[in-house]
Write a protein that binds this ligand. Structure first.
Ligand code: HEM
Length: 239
């Protein structure tokens, strides 16, 4: 009897709103680290085909011979998949919980005459929920395009550099990436701030301003950094 009570309590602690918020924050920050590294790696496109293809090859050789070929890459993939899974699970659970708690009304936060539904709430819910869905759809499209070579706008090839250049010579491919990266930017602008606040960093007015600045900086660096290669290729500066 006593064991059952403890088990139930432990379970409810793991599913508590605080734990879910912290899980969402940490998993989100793991993805941000991946994005910063991925964005930086993509800039190798400016060093030419040999450098970019070598970089892609190196990603697979990392950790050899201690790990098998592509071992480190697989560890990164598993960590990313788990982080994304936890992030989406926490987001959906918290969203459902808030809907039930406020009977779908959102609790009337940030309401004003100008924004009767709450401006902050609708901005956040739009960028986080719709932005999140756009990003998930984009990642599937992106993997089909640049990782698996299943869809190959501009022509299929074994060279990662040529896959990138062939794709971004086409305006609608650049447009689709631009839309997705704007969604990523808005998601990060709100998400980085919310994650740091969930982890207890929002301790004063001054700290709040700093966190907002940091969130904006991360969002701008990631978005612009990712968009540099597609636009440079589209305008013929690379390739
Ligand atoms: C213009 C922007 C981007 C470019 C040019 C780009 C380029 C690439 C390339 C070339 C690969 C294949 C790497 C390889 O197999 O050697 C790749 C993989 C990947 N990209 Fe991107 N990427 C961009 C944006 C993004 C964004 C915004 C995300 C996430 C939201 C993302 C997530 C991934 C993931 C998850 C992989 C798979 C890594 C793996 O498992 O091999 N990428 N990207």
């Amino acid at each position: 009897m006593a064991t059952r009570t403890v088990t139930t309590t432990a379970r409810s602690v793991w599913r508590s709103t605080v734990v879910l918020k912290v899980a969402m924050a940490i998993s989100g920050l793991i993805v941000v680290l991946f994005l910063l590294a991925h964005m930086y790696g993509n800039l190798k496109v400016f060093s030419g085909q040999a450098a970019f293809d070598e970089y892609s090859h190196h990603l697979r050789e990392m950790g050899e011979p201690m790990l098998p070929y592509a071992g480190v890459l697989w560890i990164i993939r598993v960590v990313l998949l788990v982080a994304i899974g936890i992030h989406i699970f926490s987001a959906v659970t918290l969203w459902r919980r808030a809907r039930v708690a406020t009977a779908g009304g959102g609790g009337g936060r940030y309401e004003s005459k100008k924004a009767p539904r709450g401006s902050q709430r609708s901005y956040a819910s739009f960028t986080m929920r719709w932005g999140g869905i756009i990003i998930v759809l984009f990642v599937v499209y992106h993997l089909l395009h640049l990782t698996w070579n299943t869809i190959a706008p501009g022509g299929a090839t074994d060279s990662p550099y040529e896959r990138v250049v062939n794709g971004f010579e086409i305006w609608w491919v650049v447009l689709s990436y631009t839309i997705a990266l704007l969604a990523v930017g808005f998601h990060l602008r709100h998400g980085v701030w919310a994650a740091l606040a969930s982890l207890g960093a929002n301790t004063s007015q001054r700290r709040r301003r700093q966190l907002n600045m940091l969130a904006t900086l991360v969002a701008v660096v990631v978005t612009l950094g990712f968009l540099l290669p597609p636009f440079a290729i589209l305008f013929g500066l690379v390739g």
